[in-house]
Design a protein around this ligand. Structure first.
Ligand code: ZN
Length: 105
């Protein structure tokens, strides 16, 4: 709040330039760029899962399903090393996403 008041006293120049550089405004202008943006968000989801997996290695819980606490199969970890779920729970989550696609939006 104090910072906003200080900025408006300076003519609000800083706040205005930050709005113009907002990347969301830039990508909504073209359909092609919007598609690239969607691909990018899928990639960042995966990145998020990889980061979480690295965190679990740090915590010593890597390879253990975060839902049921049972060990994730070795074959599954070889295929998807960053997966937080055992096969059973992954299937549950896949099913939930299909049944409630609007959840969380
Ligand atoms: Zn599980």
């Amino acid at each position: 709040m104090i910072e906003e008041i200080a900025r408006s006293r300076n003519g609000g120049r800083e706040a205005r330039s930050a709005e113009v550089e907002d990347p969301i405004d830039l990508v909504t202008s073209s359909e092609q760029v919007t598609q690239q943006f969607q691909v990018g968000s899928i990639e960042s989801d995966m990145l998020e899962q990889v980061r979480a997996a690295l965190q679990r290695i740090d915590d010593g819980t890597y390879g253990i399903c975060i839902d049921c606490g049972r060990p994730i199969g070795e074959a599954r970890l070889n295929a998807i090393p960053w997966t937080p779920y055992c096969l059973e729970d992954q299937e549950k989550h896949d099913r939930q996403e299909k049944e409630a696609p609007l959840l969380g939006s």
